[in-house]
Design a protein around this ligand. Structure first.
Ligand SMILES: Cc1cc2nc3c(=O)[nH]c(=O)nc-3n(C[C@H](O)[C@H](O)[C@H](O)COP(=O)(O)OP(=O)(O)OC[C@H]3O[C@@H](n4cnc5c(N)ncnc54)[C@H](O)[C@@H]3O)c2cc1C
Length: 328
């Protein structure tokens, strides 16, 4: 149960009204990153209202702890979450009678593409990728690929922020349901000239990389796709882990690029991150250095991955990975 009094942080220079959080979803499921965004929003200050563009998740959404209300908008134009459709909708709702002062999205592909458009529509500077809430107008965000943290303060009358999911625990679901309000306010013509054509998703039985508690990641040291599959997959299966990869492994065709971890891939912070044949380039570390326990397997003891590893195997991965898998 969230203690509301303790979660509310103040040093307010703008009058606070309500915070609106976009509850991004895929099919009938609320994305874990949206639940982390709710936690960030609660820290900014309650009341927090959830916004969904999918009727399928209304009931689940209404049980998220800390939300005072759900605003639900229906319409085929929102089904594929095109930023060109979402940004004008967000603007209409923020400026509706509720007069929201804070609008929060997950720093997902949808959040990252819609927030700048919304910023332009409202003439407001969005704050991207926040990792900490200092007060209702001051936030911490990583810069220089995560090598430094900037504390930024906004004096805008409406604060727009995207949330790095790995920095906030997901909000829990409770038993009590809050009110679900069907949005009946203005919906302006979006003027959208972009059309959704198709989406091809890699489906996997494994946990989703962005929210997995354990990840086994492979790098160029695996040499080829066959070795990547023969060594990384059984170890990940034994651990019940998601599979990740370095950019070098992705670029060499060892696995799909949706598995890339790092500055230009997914940002993760699992309980356990096993880096196999990964040197630890700064751009890779930017995506996984906040993992709770890091295990590195690399034959070269001088590689930077060992600077952040909690457990290191200086060994040939072709020997140590099968041995580890069989012993687990
Ligand atoms: C703008 C930009 C963005 C980038 N974004 C990303 C990103 O998001 N994610 C990312 O990962 N990279 C990113 N990169 C690339 C990054 O700089 C590195 O090139 C990449 O991370 C290296 O991948 P690697 O560690 O798998 O390969 P390498 O650096 O080649 O390391 C391979 C490792 O395998 C070890 N090894 C080899 N054989 C064995 C063996 N038999 N047993 C044990 N160990 C062995 C070697 O000692 C070495 O440490 C980016 C680069 C740029 C410029």
């Amino acid at each position: 149960m969230i203690s509301r009094a303790s979660k509310r942080l103040f040093s307010s220079s703008i009058p606070r009204l309500d915070t609106l959080v976009y509850l991004e979803s895929s099919g009938a499921k609320i994305n874990p990153a949206a639940l982390s965004s709710v936690s960030a929003a609660i820290q900014i200050g309650e009341p927090v209202v959830g916004l969904t563009t999918s009727e399928e998740i209304e009931s689940q959404a209404s049980k998220i702890e800390g939300l005072s209300k759900i605003i639900s908008v229906s319409g085929d134009q929102y089904k594929n979450k095109l930023a060109e459709e979402l940004a004008p909708l967000f603007k209409d709702i923020i400026q509706s009678d509720s007069k929201f002062t804070h609008f929060i999205v997950p720093a997902s592909a949808v959040g990252k593409s819609s927030l700048p458009r919304l910023g332009a529509l409202l003439d407001v500077q969005p704050i991207s990728d926040i990792v900490k809430v200092e007060s209702n107008n001051t936030f911490v965000r990583p810069i220089y690929a995560g090598n430094a943290l900037a504390t930024v303060k906004s004096n805008d009358s409406i604060i727009l922020a995207s949330v790095r999911a790995s920095a906030f625990a997901p909000a829990a679901a409770g038993e009590k349901q809050c009110e679900v309000e069907k949005y009946s306010g203005t919906i302006s013509d979006s003027g959208n000239r972009t059309q959704f054509v198709s989406e091809s998703l890699i489906t996997s039985e494994r946990p989703e990389l962005g929210s997995a508690g354990k990840i086994v990641s492979g790098g160029r040291g695996l040499k080829n796709k066959e070795t990547f599959e023969a060594l990384i997959e059984p170890l990940a299966t034994k651990l019940g882990a998601a599979i990740g990869a370095s950019r070098a492994a992705v670029d060499s065709g060892f696995c799909d690029n949706s598995l890339q971890v790092g500055q230009t891939g997914k940002i993760v912070a699992p309980e356990l991150y096993v880096a196999v044949g990964i040197s630890g380039a700064i751009q890779h570390l930017a995506g996984m250095k906040d993992s709770k326990t890091i295990v590195a397997i690399n034959k070269n003891p001088d590689e930077p991955i060992f600077n952040i590893a909690d457990v290191g195997f200086v060994a040939d991965l072709n020997e140590v990975v099968p041995e580890l898998t069989s012993k687990l």
